[in-house]
Design a protein around this ligand. Structure first.
Ligand SMILES: Nc1nc2c(ncn2[C@@H]2O[C@H](COP(=O)(O)OP(=O)(O)OP(=O)(O)O)[C@@H](O)[C@H]2O)c(=O)[nH]1
Ligand SMILES: [Mg+2]
Length: 372
């Protein structure tokens, strides 16, 4: 059977890419040759009206590893990639755009990372070393918004909406992907079966030729997709998104215990030990930070076995650094409301604490308890 012939399948979704398809196929094929990889190239086309299909059919005559799937129904990028997953004939899939925005040179590295035990390997524009070249401000803002939404589900992944990624076949083989719209990776992360992911930085280069298909409808569909994955995670407790919701919930519980410590110590030191309220607050905050750190380290993030920061002391120091901003927010608002607006100091303190919470989760999740 063909299934064992190839090391990997590179899936290229296309819609009217006659200006790029020849180049992307030859670049990917060169990378296969130079790296001794037996690779398949599967073009998944949505019945392009230009010369894309004819060009691929012509290339097929000389390249045995090139295939094309022409779709007639259910037009869409994510749907096409999902079909590619079904028709690809190897155990490792790489998805790459046709318009040369993604560097094929990274494919071997992605493949190696999958072979090394990662389930999902993501080409990231938003981690150190990655970037975006030549994008107008509007595109950057839209992408930033989409990425931010995606990160609420997967705070550990810097680029959960990248179009350049690799997966093991098993990740999606038992999953019914019902992807609408553009962000197939988010669907894979949300509904696929995976434990380990790895990101590799790359520089995204805007297309030089051919036309973009991004529309307002795309953005609306994306918001629906995020909702859909959130809902899905509440019914499928093995999903990665659910694991993140559980962490956010635990972080919140720990936060509440921290509020009790903070308020209790502040009240005690002010009312019974006679401290000036700002001095009392300093101790109250420090004790609540220690309380939160220990619970989060031993409970909330315990399941992330391999922290990048292997020492608990390092994490404690970093937790303090990250917490320095909320301390300023907490103390600042306490002072502002108490001395500025004559609000009861316990009420002011609560406002300060709540304002610091969201910042705390997102930043600590990404910095202090980030995984290797
Ligand atoms: N099969 C299929 N492929 C599509 C569809 N829409 C886009 N593609 C392909 O998916 C890849 C990414 O699409 P792009 O239009 O480049 O999307 P983008 O990178 O977000 O935007 P631009 O580069 O500015 O156009 C390209 O290879 C497109 O040809 C579609 O509806 N069906
Ligand atoms: Mg593009």
């Amino acid at each position: 059977m063909q299934a064992t012939m190839f090391d990997l399948s590179v899936i290229i979704p296309t819609f009217n890419e006659e200006a790029n398809i020849r180049n992307i196929i030859s670049e990917v094929d060169d990378v296969f040759l130079k790296n001794g990889l037996q690779g398949e190239i599967l073009v998944v086309d949505d019945n392009s009206s230009d010369g894309t299909i004819a060009i691929v059919n012509e290339l097929k005559k000389t390249k045995e590893n090139v295939r094309i799937l022409v779709r007639q129904a259910d037009h869409g990028l994510s749907q096409s990639v999902a079909d590619g997953f079904i028709h690809a004939s190897s155990e490792v899939f790489v998805v790459i755009d046709a318009d040369l925005s993604h560097p094929p040179a990274l494919i071997p590295k992605m493949y190696q990372e999958i072979r090394a035990g990662n389930d999902v390997v993501i080409g990231s524009r938003y981690m150190q070393g990655g970037g975006i070249k030549k994008w107008p401000l509007k595109r950057r803002l839209i992408s930033f918004g989409a990425t931010f939404l995606g990160r609420l589900l997967f705070p550990d992944v810097t680029d959960p909406v990248s179009g350049f990624f690799a997966i093991r076949k098993d990740v999606v083989s038992n999953t019914r992907l019902k992807p609408k719209g553009y962000k197939i990776l988010l669907e894979v992360l949300g509904k696929g079966t995976w434990e380990k992911d790895k990101e590799i930085p790359f520089e995204f280069v805007d297309r030089e030729v051919g036309s973009s298909k991004l529309k307002l409808k795309t953005i609306i569909e994306y918001a629906q997709q995020v909702m859909d994955i959130t809902l899905y995670s509440f019914f499928h407790h093995h999903s990665a998104a659910w694991r993140e919701w559980k962490k956010l919930f635990k972080f919140g519980m720990v936060g509440i215990s921290g509020i009790l410590v903070n308020m209790g110590v502040l009240y005690y030191l002010k009312e019974y030990a006679g401290f000036y309220y700002l001095v009392a607050s300093f101790f109250a905050i420090e004790l609540s930070i220690l309380n939160n750190f220990l619970w989060n380290d031993l409970w909330t993030f315990r399941s992330d076995q391999q922290h990048k920061l292997s020492s608990r002391w390092h994490r404690l120091v970093l937790f303090h650094v990250v917490s320095a901003v909320p301390i300023i927010i907490n103390l600042g608002l306490l002072y502002l409301f108490t001395s500025g607006f004559n609000v009861y100091y316990m009420t002011s303190n609560l406002i300060g604490i709540l304002a610091a919470f969201a910042w705390n989760f997102l930043v600590n999740r990404r910095v202090t308890w980030t995984r290797t």
